[in-house]
Design a protein around this ligand. Structure first.
Ligand SMILES: [Zn+2]
Length: 351
């Protein structure tokens, strides 16, 4: 195993509240009882089965084996839960375990609209907005539709899909054209000029089927925007801690290179992108059957070097970390000693 710190000892890396702990116990129990079923899968890009095992648990201390494909460098979970098990997990534990998931409210829409503007500006150099005055923009996994709301404000026709009815109904109440359906089940009146997948593809088990659908449905001169958590930017976005990055709902871990490999398999070429990962693709005119660029060595080296810096331990010594830890220590101390009024005064001082 590449990173001994990710041995499965059942211990969470995140500090979990009681509700999260209850959910973790519930998932662990279902796994132990065989209610949650795991299956071995191969790399969806190169069909290889040879891997470097990075670790065997996720940030919640749940069983989760992360692998880097030896033949192409894609990160993926295997063994992983079957689709039926994931469906139950998403229905029964996901929302309470992943407490950072936002409520469907006006503030959430507002924050999504701001992300919509960033995404809109990111798309500008592609030339997509020169295709026509009013584009048809589809977002798969749109949650409450705030990103699309920004596109609508700019005069574009929008359609959003998500399986979460609470989010969809809230977005619809704001006048957005959203449906609680999967992409394969929805009828579109015409082919979208632009399709958005933002923090969605890393959750999709049958990722090849999903991308074939995109290939058949995106307009011939259309553009595809994909955003996924980049495995080579853990130092920026996950406090340099690989263990904070690994979460059981994410079954794929992309670098820009491995995303390009996957997209090439489905006839898409990169227009531009970065390691965040944010990337723009379009239909390719050349034959894309070439062997994938192997990113295995680069990803493994990145993970090893990041771990060897030990920076994951030093979050406590950044200004943000110091404030956070002082605050947590104060809360712990005052909770234990039962001095709640004092606790409230301390919190007001710190915030
Ligand atoms: Zn592979």
């Amino acid at each position: 195993m590449l990173l001994s710190r990710l041995e499965n000892d059942g211990q969470p890396e995140l500090k979990l509240n009681q509700m999260q702990l209850d959910m973790k116990v519930q998932v662990d129990r279902k796994v132990a009882e065989g209610r949650y079923v795991f299956e071995e899968v191969r790399c969806p890009i190169c069909e290889g089965a040879e891997v470097t095992v990075v670790g065997k648990k996720d940030r919640y201390g749940l069983a989760c084996q992360t692998n880097i494909c030896t033949d192409c460098g894609l990160g993926y979970t295997s063994p992983r839960m079957t689709q039926a098990s994931y469906n139950e997990f998403y229905n029964e534990e996901y929302r309470q375990l992943y407490t950072s998931l936002p409520q469907a409210d006006d503030y959430y829409i507002y924050r999504q609209e701001r992300r919509g503007k960033i995404l809109y500006d990111f798309m500008r150099p592609s030339g997509v907005f020169e295709l026509k005055d009013s584009l048809f923009v589809l977002e798969v996994g749109c949650s409450a539709g705030g990103i699309l709301s920004y596109f609508k404000q700019q005069g574009h026709q929008i359609k959003g899909l998500d399986l979460n009815r609470t989010y969809i109904n809230f977005g619809k109440s704001k006048g957005l054209d959203l449906e609680a359906k999967a992409f394969k089940d929805v009828q579109l009146e015409r082919k979208p000029d632009m399709i958005i997948y933002s923090h969605v593809l890393e959750h999709v088990l049958d990722i090849n089927a999903e991308l074939e659908l995109v290939k058949s449905r995106l307009a011939p001169d259309g553009y595809l925007y994909i955003e996924v958590p980049g495995i080579k930017e853990i130092h920026k976005n996950y406090r340099a801690n690989v263990l904070r990055y690994v979460q059981n709902a994410h079954v794929f871990h992309f670098s820009l290179e491995s995303l390009v490999n996957l997209m090439a398999k489905h006839g898409f070429e990169l227009v531009y992108g970065d390691q965040f990962v944010k990337a723009v693709f379009r239909h390719s005119e050349v034959d894309m059957n070439a062997a994938p660029h192997n990113d295995h060595e680069a990803v493994v080296r990145y993970l090893q070097e990041l771990e060897s810096t030990g920076k994951y331990k030093y979050d406590a010594f950044t200004p943000r970390g110091i404030k956070k830890n002082l605050r947590a220590a104060a809360i712990d101390f005052l909770t234990v000693t039962g001095t709640k009024d004092l606790l409230k005064r301390v919190l007001r001082t710190f915030s």
